[in-house]
Design a protein around this ligand. Structure first.
Ligand code: SF4
Length: 264
């Protein structure tokens, strides 16, 4: 195995910034092959990536963390993406149902510490159980989301999962996203039209007012303690705690286009 860090990816990220999301998806398919998956919460940027995978005929599993307390609109969006885009959407589940968890631990999401535990058990642990299956995972984070995503890179290392995160929409603006949705009539989670700028579990997500920040609707009930992020995306974590992952040297050569046909 060889080490790959975010610092190693700096120069490649600079070059990738000039490429279209479609180019980046095709590059990811060629570099990572069957060790590539998508990860989507089925918000609008996620369904844009799903539409691109569909039109490019990139046949990879798209992981969806089904916390058991998603909005029905999100579950309906999952079914539409499966049926209309023909994608293999794989639902990942927590070990306990919400009712079993509540019986065992109480209503966790009402406190700051409880929320962390709940997100860990219902979001992060189901994803962590896929560790070892993939070398790279495609997400849909964009710098235009602001907050900790302000500096989101196209490629970054996910140390706990030991894989590369790929965000092909990283430099897509809100206007560009909505133009793509309109032009291609992309499936959109209907909650966006009801004032939800971001969409998570039904226990912890509300719509936002026009003057509020985009993530103001996440864990609003926790007030000033609201975390705003569940930690499922590595760029949302403390960047100083994200040193390096271990990958086969040949795969790292392919990522950088060394002595291969996969240079981008
Ligand atoms: S968003 Fe709320 S309900 Fe969902 S996993 Fe996190 S704390 Fe639990």
């Amino acid at each position: 195995m060889a080490r790959l860090s975010n610092a190693d990816l700096l120069e490649l990220n600079r070059r990738l910034d000039d490429h279209t999301p479609q180019d980046l998806l095709l590059w990811a398919r060629d570099v990572f092959g069957s060790r590539l998956a998508g990860l989507s919460a089925l918000q609008e940027s996620g369904t844009v990536v799903c539409h691109m995978l569909h039109t490019l005929k990139i046949d990879i599993p798209v992981l969806f963390v089904d916390t058991g307390v998603n909005f029905q609109e999100t579950l309906d969006t999952r079914e539409r993406v499966r049926n209309e885009y023909g994608l293999n959407v794989v639902s990942l589940h927590p070990e306990l149902t919400m009712a079993e968890q509540t019986a065992k631990y109480g209503v966790l999401y009402l406190t700051h510490e409880g929320q962390e535990q709940c997100c860990q058990m219902r979001k992060n642990d189901p994803l962590a159980r896929t560790k070892g299956q993939y070398d790279a995972m495609i997400g849909s984070l964009r710098r235009a989301e602001g907050g900790r995503r302000d500096a989101c890179q196209i490629l970054s290392v996910d140390v706990p999962m030991n894989l590369v995160r790929i965000n092909p929409l990283a430099n897509m603006t809100d206007d560009q996203l909505h133009a793509y949705i309109k032009e291609h009539n992309v499936i959109v989670n209907p909650l966006h039209a009801q004032g939800f700028t971001t969409i998570g579990c039904n226990r912890c997500t509300t719509p936002v007012l026009p003057h509020e920040q985009k993530r103001a609707g996440r864990w609003r009930h926790l007030g000033s303690w609201a975390p705003q992020y569940c930690g499922i995306n590595p760029s949302d974590r403390d960047p100083t705690k994200s040193p390096a992952i271990d990958l086969p040297p040949k795969l790292i050569d392919r990522i950088f286009g060394r002595e291969t046909d996969f240079a981008i």
